[in-house]
Write a protein that binds this ligand. Structure first.
Ligand code: GUN
Ligand code: ZN
Length: 444
């Protein structure tokens, strides 16, 4: 199982072959090979070519025949909270009450390294079993929670970006820190983990309401000191939250203006939600090259609102998909795309399957500024991919037989699909998870 030599994989393949960020050009970049041959070596893609009668497999390669199944790049989850795994599906509140009632108490448990390690292992398995190979993850405020998560991801040489939550007000005392402590702990984690294998660090101020000006200033200083680390936070998710930010930061003219003031916008900055933005905030996202994580299951579950994907498209802002577990209700990017479609329907906008799968793969890579490393089968990219069973249930099989082309099949997949459709997940050129097993396959 653990083999990083030359491998040949025969199957049907879909991906987006180009690197142009504009989703409107995605139809041209969509690549479908009904019968293709993928070569990988040392965890990287060597080539993807059509299988031909004359194809001869290279010598000394391991051959995997997945005919009848579809392979696509692994999903990229651009917004998720690992300590919230255990409180997914908490009933009855909108954002601010939900945080107080459910989220903060659960996150307090992650100061215990043993507990964090156990939950990190469960979390990574959930990602794999749902076909997610890269994620941008919030840990808790405790540095131990980040150590536990990165240690687990490192076992699989996974591409994972995460950070310690920074917060110094409006949360239970046991979860608060001083701006100096917060920056010092974040800095130590950057030094320990950022750039180690395929791991990356994200500076993670939770959101403006739990941040003093001093804390945001410290976050901005870290960003300056380490320009290639990521920054993740929440923005304009809930109307009461937006109003609260106006009261807390009266000197700034908008919610995004607060983050921008402290130097937290730009490439590699990922803002989750972005539902209730003003025109000037859309312009600021565009001008700074910032990215958005669209989290439809969470936005529906917390009653936050409807993300205007057409506006992001019009302003050419990179959009990745986020499950936002535990406010989101599924680890599955397939379920997330299904809800993304419905959120657009409620606004009389369209989201076709081609664009949807773009956002879950190469579009997510763009949002993370990783499109030269992952998100499609271009030569040199990560060999991170999923083997999909398009007909995992009798109903899916029936409906897929009635589909006229691959685009309709993908639409059915995102509407009816979930983790049952993920037959295998491969990370760094190795199978790390397989349908029917409860454990992740161990990689030495
Ligand atoms: N805003 C601040 N913290 C959170 C969180 O944990 N989840 C969500 N959905 N929104 C937030
Ligand atoms: Zn979130």
């Amino acid at each position: 199982m653990s083999h990083t030599g030359l491998q040949a994989i025969r199957a049907a393949f879909v991906d987006f072959a180009g690197t142009v960020a504009d989703p409107e050009q995605m139809m041209q970049q969509f690549r479908y090979l009904p019968d293709g041959l993928l070569l990988t070596e040392g965890g990287k893609i060597i080539s993807l070519t059509p299988w031909q009668e004359t194809t001869v497999l290279p010598e000394n390669c391991i051959f995997n025949d997945f005919r009848g199944q579809l392979i696509m790049p692994g999903f990229i989850d651009t917004h998720i909270h690992y300590p919230q795994t255990e409180m997914i599906a908490a009933c009855g509140e909108q954002l601010l009450e939900w945080l107080e009632q459910y989220t903060f108490p659960v996150e307090s448990k992650y100061g215990d390294p043993e507990y964090a390690a156990k939950m990190a292992a469960f979390f990574i398995r959930q990602l794999f079993s749902n076909g997610t190979t890269t994620a941008l993850v919030f840990a808790s405020v405790h540095p131990q929670s980040v150590d536990a998560l990165f240690s687990e991801a490192e076992k699989y040489a996974m591409r994972l970006i995460a950070g310690k939550v920074m917060m110094d007000r409006h949360a239970p005392q046991s979860l608060l820190e001083t701006p100096e402590q917060s920056a010092e702990q974040s800095r130590a984690l950057i030094e320990r983990w950022h750039g180690k294998g395929r791991l990356g660090y994200a500076i993670t101020p939770r959101f403006a309401p739990t941040s003093s000006a001093e804390l945001l200033q410290q976050a901005g200083a870290l960003r300056n000191q380490y320009p290639d680390v990521w920054m993740q936070t929440h923005l304009s998710e809930n109307l009461r939250e937006v109003e609260w930010v106006r009261e807390l930061f009266p000197q700034q003219d908008s919610y995004l203006g607060v983050y921008h003031h402290f130097g937290l916008t730009g490439k590699r900055s990922v803002f989750a939600h972005c539902i209730h933005l003003q025109d000037k905030e859309w312009d600021c996202l565009q001008q700074t090259g910032s990215a958005i994580a669209f989290c439809p299951t969470s936005n529906l579950f917390l009653g936050s609102g409807l993300f205007p994907l057409d506006r992001a498209r019009a302003q050419h802002i990179p959009v990745g998909m986020g499950t936002d577990v535990g406010a989101g209700t599924s680890f599955s990017l397939l379920c997330t795309l299904g809800d993304a479609y419905k959120v657009q329907q409620l606004q009389n906008n369209r989201l076709n399957a081609c664009e949807a799968f773009y956002h879950a793969t190469l579009g997510g890579a763009h949002a993370l500024d990783l499109h030269h490393q992952t998100g499609n089968f271009n030569a040199g990219n990560d060999a991170d991919f999923i083997v999909i069973d398009m007909a995992a249930t009798p109903l899916q099989a029936l409906r897929q037989r009635n589909s006229k082309d691959i685009i309709e099949q993908l639409f059915v997949l995102m509407t009816l699909g979930d983790e049952r459709n993920i037959a295998q997940t491969w990370v760094n050129g190795q199978c790390v998870w397989q349908q029917g097993t409860t454990e992740a396959l161990a990689i030495p």
